[in-house]
Design a protein around this ligand. Structure first.
Ligand SMILES: Cc1cc2nc3c(=O)[nH]c(=O)nc-3n(C[C@H](O)[C@H](O)[C@H](O)COP(=O)(O)O)c2cc1C
Length: 407
C-alpha cells in the first residue's frame, strides 16, 4: 500500500504514502529568508521520491522563532527566493506544504525575553523567558498572521500548509489543559481551548480557497501530568475535521517532554513496536473520516505496511531517516532496502549524554546535508552537538545585530 496514491479532500493527489515530516532546518539567512542550502536539500528530498514534503517550522511572526535561523513567511519575506524553494521542492514530483507555526513560550530568551503565550506559565527549562499572556487583540492578530502567511505560501507555489498545533508551541499550549489555565473564552473548557485553532483554520481556508491542502499537526498526548491526553486529541480531531481540512498529523510531546525526538529516552516496549504514536493514530482515525498521518519511529517497511493495511493511518510520516539519506523513498518503494537508517539507536542512554545532544546532532547533519550535499554519520555525538550549539549561537548573534542595525 505504501506506493498507492492518496486523494485528499481538496482534490490534490499524493503519489505515494511516504511523507517527510517537519524537520526544523534552521537554514534561513539573517533576514529569515530561504538560503541556497535550504533550496538544495529540498531539491534532493523531492527527487528522492516522497509523495509529500512538509517543511520544518516556518514562523508566522519574526519575534516568535524557535531558532534564529528559522524561515519566516510574512510581508517582508523574499517571495522570489521562496518561489525558488517551492520549485526545487516539487522538482521530483512531490507536493510540498509549509508548516506554519508560532513558537509561543518555546521562543528562546535570546530571541525574545518575554514571548507571547496562551498563559503566563513559563517553560520549565533554562534559556526561556517569562511569557506574556495573550490579550483579545493578540488573538485577532494571531488569526490574521496565520492567514496572511498561508496566503503568501500559496502565492509562492506551496501546495498547501500544515498548521502546527503540536510539540508545545503556541497552538499546542492553547489546546493543553496544563498550560492553558485561562478563565476567559480562550481557556478552561475544551471548546475554549480549541477556539484559537478553530478560528485560524476558518480564516486560513477562507484566504486560500478550497483547492489548497490544509493540514493540522496535533499531539496525541503531551506526556505530562495534567496535559493533553488521547481522549482530548480524539475530541480535537472531531472538531477540526468540520473545518474543511485535508488531513491530521498525529505526534506527541513538547520541549519539556520530547517524546517525538528522543529515541534514547523511550520505553523498551515503544522502541520495539517502532511507531510511537500508532495506537493513538488508530483511535483518532476510527473517529474521523478524513485521512490521518502518523509520524515517529517508522523504520521498517513491514511496520509501515501493517500500519496502512490495519487502517491505523493513511500516511507514513518519517523524519530522521530523511536527514541521513535524503533519497531513501525510491529505494524503499523499489524494494532495494526494507529498513531505514536508525542512527539514533546507536547513541548512549539519555542520562549519559548532555540534554538535547541527539537532536542537536541531527540538526548538525541536516545543516551539513544542506550546505555540502552530504552528511557524515561518523561525526561523534558530542562533536555534532557542540558544533550545532556554536552555529546556533552565531545565528542568534547575527539576528540580534541585524535587528539592532535596522532600528
Ligand atoms: C532535527 C529535527 C528537527 C525537527 N523539527 C521539527 C519541526 O520543525 N516541526 C515538526 O513538526 N517536527 C519536527 N521534528 C519532529 C519530526 O517531525 C518527527 O516527529 C520526529 O523526528 C520523529 O520521527 P522519526 O522517528 O521518523 O524521526 C524534528 C525532529 C528532528 C530530529
Amino acid at each position: 500500500m505504501i506506493d498507492a496514491p492518496l486523494d485528499l479532500p481538496c482534490g490534490a493527489t499524493l503519489k505515494n504514502r511516504i511523507v517527510k515530516s517537519g524537520l526544523s532546518e534552521a537554514l534561513g539567512d539573517t533576514k529569515n529568508n530561504p538560503t541556497e542550502a535550504l533550496i538544495s536539500i529540498f531539491r534532493r528530498w523531492s527527487q528522492g521520491g516522497a509523495g509529500l514534503l512538509i517543511t520544518g517550522n516556518i514562523l508566522i511572526d519574526r519575534w516568535h522563532l524557535e531558532h534564529a535561523g528559522n524561515f519566516v513567511l510574512d510581508r517582508s519575506t523574499d517571495m522570489n527566493k521562496t518561489s525558488e524553494l517551492t520549485k526545487a521542492a516539487k522538482s521530483g514530483g512531490s507536493l510540498v506544504l509549509a508548516q506554519l507555526s508560532h513558537a509561543g513560550r518555546q521562543t528562546p530568551k535570546a530571541i525574545n525575553p518575554d514571548p507571547l503565550s496562551i498563559s503566563n506559565l513559563k517553560l520549565d527549562l533554562e534559556g526561556y523567558g517569562q511569557p506574556r499572556m495573550a490579550s483579545d487583540k493578540d488573538f485577532s492578530e494571531l488569526i490574521e498572521k496565520f492567514s496572511t502567511s498561508a496566503k503568501l505560501a500559496q502565492e509562492c507555489g506551496f501546495d498547501g500548509v500544515e498548521i502546527h498545533a503540536a510539540h508545545g508551541y503556541l497552538l499546542s499550549s492553547s489546546l493543553s489543559p496544563r498550560i492553558n489555565n485561562r478563565k476567559d473564552k480562550w481557556g478552561g473548557s475544551f471548546e475554549n481551548r480549541a477556539r484559537l485553532l478553530q478560528l485560524i483554520l476558518q480564516k486560513v481556508r477562507e484566504a486560500v480557497g478550497n483547492n489548497f491542502i490544509l493540514a493540522v499537526k496535533i499531539n496525541s498526548s503531551d506526556f505530562q501530568k495534567g496535559g493533553l491526553e488521547i481522549s482530548d486529541s480524539v475530541k480535537i480531531a472531531n472538531l477540526i475535521e468540520k473545518e474543511n481540512i485535508d488531513f491530521i498529523e498525529v505526534s506527541g510531546g513538547n520541549f519539556e517532554a520530547p517524546e517525538a525526538y528522543q529515541y534514547v529516552s523511550l520505553k523498551e516496549s515503544t522502541k520495539s513496536r517502532e511507531a510511537y504514536f500508532l495506537d493513538a493514530a488508530k483511535n483518532i482515525k476510527a473517529s474521523v473520516s478524513i485521512p490521518i498521518m502518523v509520524t515517529g519511529g517508522f523504520r521498517s517497511i513491514s511496520v509501515m505496511e501493517d500500519a496502512l493495511t490495519s487502517s491505523s493511518t493513511d500516511l507514513i510520516g518519517i523524519g530522521r531517516p530523511f536527514v541521513i539519506d535524503p533519497s531513501f523513498p525510491y529505494k524503499l518503494l523499489n524494494g532495494d532496502i526494507s529498513v531505514l537508517p536508525a542512527v539514533e539507536r546507536n547513541f548512549p542512554p539519555a542520562q549519559d549524554i548532555p540534554k538535547g545532544a541527539v537532536l542537536n546532532w541531527f540538526c548538525d547533519q541536516l545543516a551539513l546535508q544542506g550546505k555540502t550535499g552530504k552528511g557524515d554519520i561518523n561525526i561523534p555525538l558530542i562533536d555534532g552537538h557542540e558544533r550545532y550549539i556554536k552555529q546556533s549561537d552565531e545565528a542568534t548573534h547575527s539576528l540580534i545585530s541585524f535587528r539592532n542595525d535596522s532600528k
